[in-house]
Design a protein around this ligand. Structure first.
Ligand SMILES: Nc1ncnc2c1ncn2[C@@H]1O[C@H](COP(=O)(O)OP(=O)(O)OP(=O)(O)O)[C@@H](O)[C@H]1O
Ligand SMILES: [Mg+2]
Length: 292
């Protein structure tokens, strides 16, 4: 359902992109929300975009799919530059966005119709739409809810519906902007597992915006933003190795990470990206099973 595209070009190539929100009636220009950022997202990557409030995560997310366009620099998706108006539709169709409020993304009054909406808007034949709706609902586990009203669904189910709507468009990348923020812990875990599953099984690239270290720990790569610039970029194990640096970047270091840090100090081999109780327990028992 997602499209692994045969191309030697990077999936998304951000090159020296700067974005500044317009200030109404102001004389002094606002500081850039994204400031000369360069980064590449490759096909099939799972990237977490981390940063404290106002660091520029949502702005960068919107630049990635052409909802916003940089005033300086470029964002290219498979070579299509979002600064060229005629190319923007190509990018928006292949880089799907999901936001934290599921209700703002639901349009129709019946689940299946909601998934069909974006496809119908593209004028696809009815049989194609039906097939894609079925596949998308199955992919998010909402087949049985297809005839229900979205308002009857739980928050987690509504967020899965939003994901189905994006999947039906067969994207190469999903940009998820704090999509678990309004969910309870169980639904939060389900949505994260779903995104990870879609990434692993379909090669769908995921850029997941979050301000939670424990969510970012699930990614292959973590990018930390600070005042519109990239402060850190690397594997979770490398990025989370320096907790003081993360504190300086005004990120909340979870209790589990503090515990891991203390255990490391007394000689236990706890990887820095063991940021869930489960991961910590796994790291501890792993050590016991493998005698030194
Ligand atoms: N629509 C807007 N108009 C003007 N300034 C904005 C707008 N949206 C964001 N900003 C400013 O741009 C900067 C980056 O905001 P952005 O929303 O990208 O950050 P964020 O990391 O997503 O924050 P949060 O964690 O609160 O979601 C902030 O200084 C913010 O105040
Ligand atoms: Mg945001």
């Amino acid at each position: 359902m997602s499209q692994r595209i045969h191309s030697s070009l990077p999936l998304i190539d951000v090159e020296g992109a700067t974005y500044r929100y317009p200030v109404r009636g102001g004389i002094t220009p606002a500081p850039p929300a994204i400031d000369a950022v360069s980064l590449r997202v490759e096909q099939g990557e799972y990237v977490a975009l981390l940063g404290h409030n106002g660091s520029g995560k949502s702005t960068l997310a919107r630049l990635l799919n052409g909802l916003l366009v940089p005033e300086v620099g470029h964002v290219r998706m498979l070579g299509h530059d979002t600064r060229e108006r005629a190319r923007r539709q190509f990018v928006r169709e292949r880089v799907g966005m999901i936001f934290s409020d599921p209700d703002s993304q639901i349009i129709a009054t019946v689940v299946a119709d909601d998934v069909a909406w974006g496809l119908a808007a593209r004028g696809l034949p009815r049989e194609v739409i039906a097939g894609r709706v079925d596949a998308a609902l199955a992919a998010v586990g909402l087949t049985d809810a297809r005839g229900r009203a979205p308002y009857e669904l739980s928050g987690g189910q509504r967020q899965r519906l939003a994901i189905a709507g994006v999947l039906a468009l067969e994207p190469a990348c999903i940009v998820a902007d704090e999509v678990t923020a309004q969910l309870d812990p169980r639904a939060r875990g389900e949505i994260l597992a779903l995104l990870r599953h879609l990434n692993r099984t379909r090669g769908l690239a995921v850029v997941a915006v979050t301000h939670l270290l424990e969510e970012a720990a699930l990614a292959d790569r973590v990018i930390v933003l600070e005042q519109g610039r990239i402060a850190l970029d690397g594997a979770p194990g490398a990025v989370f190795a320096d907790l003081d640096r993360l504190r300086a970047l005004r990120l909340v270091v979870p209790e589990v990470a503090l515990l891991g840090e203390r255990l490391r100090r007394v000689g236990r081999a706890i990887p820095p990206d063991a940021l869930s109780p489960e991961a910590l327990v796994a790291a501890l028992t792993e050590k016991e099973r493998r005698p030194a």
